[in-house]
Design a binder for this molecule. Structure first.
Ligand SMILES: Nc1ncnc2c1ncn2[C@@H]1O[C@H](COP(=O)(O)OP(=O)(O)OP(=O)(O)O)[C@@H](O)[C@H]1O
Ligand SMILES: [Mg+2]
Length: 323
């Protein structure tokens, strides 16, 4: 993560510029007029729930799926007219793993490097470097089929980095990985951003987006519904108070009823209670307690907390990021 307000980031020509991307599958518009740019050294997050259109958007950006309309320019190369160079500037780490299970990690890297016609000596050095970046230097000789899911993900990231791309695209790289690999992946992405790489990171984990991303596009139903730094996005909640209620009993019904109270913007059940966005926490307390009692809910605590990106998503869409 770099200081997104720094002149070096703000003034540099973007590594990625995409404009007006649209992709339909039959009746469904999976990507609906998406535009954004990423500067060198900037980590841009697409944060959105399952089916929001993240993979479709990055498949278009990476040149592996055609758009119905819109344009993508990578490192100055338009994908439409100069796809070879545009693709060459991208390292794509797809959501699905793409490795040969009966080869070692090192053999996989060698295979993919040769596929990209990297000179042997340069490739050997580069393999050592990328294994270092993803923390797999000591596992190079392990066969992929005996690796943990997290190690495979990291090996996949190493493949994406081999040819020294200008833009690294990671599609939900921490889904289903062990905590140690998750930590390693996040640390690698931070280091790569710090070293000047532009990173496009998709996730539905709010904590990852908050930690890694200089700027975020919140994506829902194919559209970027809000974009900005974490701070800018949270400020969009404006005057609303975020209230976390610790409660036991029928909390789903409680959330539905709370959503109907005057001054309540949105309410949703969470683990151990519910979360409410309201005009005023003070004005909410009495009606909330009465509603809870009426439904047989036991309220153990009510707390006003700092809004986060989850609250931003709730505010913008009326729904939870993770249902
Ligand atoms: N090849 C396809 N054919 C038909 N529909 C598709 C195809 N690919 C994606 N879709 C639909 O487009 C929408 C967006 O899908 P996409 O995979 O881009 O979402 P996503 O944000 O990546 O979700 P997830 O978090 O589950 O990976 C979904 O409704 C999906 O069902
Ligand atoms: Mg996806």
């Amino acid at each position: 993560m770099t200081d997104s307000g720094s002149p070096s980031t703000a003034d540099a020509a973007p590594v990625l510029r995409c404009e007006g991307l649209v992709r339909r599958f039959g009746e469904r518009t999976a990507v609906d007029d998406i535009s954004f740019s990423i500067a060198p050294g900037e980590t841009y997050g697409l944060l959105g729930p399952n089916g929001a259109g993240k993979t479709t958007a990055i498949s278009i950006i990476a040149g592996v799926l055609a758009a119905d309309s819109g344009s993508v320019v990578v490192a100055g190369h338009p994908m439409r007219t100069d796809a070879g160079r545009a693709r060459g500037a991208i390292g794509l780490v797809p959501q699905e793993l793409a490795l040969y299970p009966d080869l070692t990690i090192q053999e996989n890297l060698r295979f993919f490097g040769r596929l990209q016609r990297m000179p042997r000596r340069h490739l050997a050095r580069r393999i050592d470097e990328v294994l270092e970046v993803v923390g797999l230097a000591d596992r190079a000789k392990d066969r992929v089929d005996v690796c943990s899911g997290g190690m495979k993900r990291r090996a996949n990231i190493a493949v994406g980095l081999l040819h020294e791309p200008r833009l690294l695209i990671l599609d939900e790289p921490t889904v289903g990985v062990d905590p140690q690999s998750r930590h390693q992946i996040l640390a690698s992405v931070e280091a790569l951003g710090g070293a000047g790489l532009a990173v496009l990171y998709t996730t539905h984990y709010m904590e990852e987006a908050e930690r890694l991303c200089d700027r975020l596009g919140i994506i829902d139903a194919g559209r970027i519904v809000a974009e900005g730094t974490r701070r800018e996005l949270v400020e969009r909640i404006g005057e609303h108070d975020r209230v976390v209620v610790t409660a036991a009993g029928p909390t789903a019904e409680f959330a539905a009823a709370a959503g109907e109270l005057p001054g309540v913007h949105a309410a949703r059940p969470v683990d151990g209670g519910l979360e409410v966005l309201a005009d005023s926490a003070a004005a909410l307390l009495a009606p909330l307690v009465t509603t809870g009692e009426h439904l047989g809910v036991t309220i153990a605590g009510i707390e006003v907390v700092e809004p986060d990106l989850e609250a931003v998503f709730l505010h913008l869409t009326g729904r939870a990021l993770r249902d």
